[in-house]
Design a binder for this molecule. Structure first.
Ligand SMILES: [Zn+2]
Length: 91
């Protein structure tokens, strides 16, 4: 099912890109250029299923990495959504 309008207010959505920021225990992840539809009325963001899955994948990858670094360590990562294998650069 493809929704054309905002589920919150019924406003019109428009396509764009955004930065998706995920704060985890030790890692702050910033994914740039994530395709998104934004409601022109209330600003609510909508991710497609495909995009949501990829975000999930990226987050999972970093969760795994996070378990390997020491508890005192923290890190911030910035990756580009469209870059293939972006998460491999941190291995
Ligand atoms: Zn709205």
């Amino acid at each position: 099912m493809v929704l054309r309008h905002c589920t919150k207010c019924g406003g019109k959505r428009r396509k764009g890109t955004t930065d998706f920021i995920k704060h985890m225990d030790k890692v702050t992840l910033r994914i740039r250029n994530v395709p998104v539809e934004v409601c022109g009325n209330c600003g609510e963001k909508f991710y497609s299923l495909k995009v949501a899955r990829k975000i999930e994948e990226i987050v999972e990858t970093y969760k795994e990495m996070m378990s390997k670094i020491s508890p005192k360590e923290t890190m911030a990562r910035e990756i580009d959504f469209s870059a293939p294998g972006a998460d491999e650069a941190c291995a």
